[in-house]
Design a protein around this ligand. Structure first.
Ligand code: NAP
Length: 200
C-alpha cells in the first residue's frame, strides 16, 4: 500500500482492508513515501511524522504492517526500487501494489513502468462514480506503447465509498479551523493538533 499518507485517513484504511479481503492477501504493508520524486518543491510533512501517524492508524489491525523502507532510503522513492526490494524480502510471493487511481494515471511518467507492472499487480482504489475513461486510456497506452499484453490482469480497480475522504481536504480543514473528527483515527487527529501540523 503506497501513499504519501499526509495524513493517513479512514479512506486509506478501508481501501487496505477491502483489498486484503477481495484479493485474499496475507498482509498489507503500508509504505509511506520518503522523498516523493513527483512532488519536488511541494511542502510535505516530515516523513518520520507521516510514518508515525501511519503506525498509530494501523496498529489495531493484525494484518496491517508499516514499512520504513522508502523513508529510510537516501534516494528518491521510486516504486521500481520498492517493488524490487519487496521481492528480495518476500521471495516467491505475489506482490500487489495498492494505491489511488489518480496516482496510477501517471504511471507512464514513473521510472520503469513496464518492469513495475511485470513485478507486481496494481490495485487502484477509487470512489464510486469515478470516470474511468482516463484510466482505460492509460491501460491502452501501456498495452500499445510498452507491449504489456495482459494489462487487464495487471491493473484492477476497487471502488471505495470512504475515499470521499482525502488528505488534501483534511489538511484544508485543519488550516481553516473545520472539524476533522470521524475522518481519520482519533489518535492521529489528536497528534495533528498537538504537533500543529497543517496550520498553514
Ligand atoms: P498522490 O498523487 O498524492 O495521490 C493521488 C490520489 O490517490 C489522491 O487522491 C490520493 O488521495 C490517492 N491515494 C494515494 N495513495 C492512496 C492509497 N494508498 N489508497 C487510496 N488512495 C490513495 O499519490 P502519492 O500518495 O504521492 O503516490 C501514490 C504511490 O505511487 C506512492 O507509493 C508513490 O511512491 C507512488 N509513485 C511512484 C512514482 C515513481 O516511482 N516515479 C511516482 C508517483 C507516485 P489522498 O491524498 O487522500 O491519499
Amino acid at each position: 500500500m503506497g501513499g504519501t499518507f499526509n495524513p493517513i485517513h479512514y479512506g486509506h484504511l478501508v481501501t487496505a482492508e477491502e483489498a486484503r479481503i477481495q484479493f485474499n492477501l496475507d498482509r498489507v504493508l503500508f509504505i509511506p513515501t520518503g522523498d516523493p520524486p513527483h512532488k519536488d518543491g511541494q511542502k510535505i510533512t516530515n516523513a518520520q511524522q507521516r510514518y508515525l501517524m501511519t503506525v498509530m492508524a494501523t496498529g489495531s489491525n493484525p494484518y496491517f504492517y508499516v514499512s520504513r523502507m522508502e523513508i529510510d532510503r537516501p534516494q528518491p522513492s521510486y516504486t521500481i526500487n520498492t517493488v524490487k526490494d519487496l521481492h528480495e524480502v518476500y521471495k516467491d510471493s505475489q506482490i500487489f501494489f495498492i494505491t489511488g487511481t489518480d496516482a496510477v494515471l501517471d504511471i507512464l511518467t514513473w521510472k520503469n513502468p513496464a518492469e513495475i507492472l511485470n513485478l507486481c499487480i496494481f490495485i487502484a482504489a477509487t470512489r464510486p462514480g469515478y470516470e474511468l475513461d482516463r484510466l482505460n486510456n492509460i491501460k491502452k497506452r501501456l498495452k500499445d506503447e510498452l507491449g504489456i499484453a495482459d494489462i487487464k490482469e495487471r491493473i484492477h480497480i476497487i471502488k471505495i465509498p470512504a475515499l470521499a475522504i482525502s488528505s488534501t481536504d483534511i489538511r484544508n480543514r485543519v488550516r481553516t479551523g473545520k472539524p476533522i473528527r470521524y475522518l481519520l483515527p482519533e489518535g492521529v487527529a489528536n497528534h495533528i493538533y498537538k504537533m500543529g501540523f497543517y496550520k498553514k
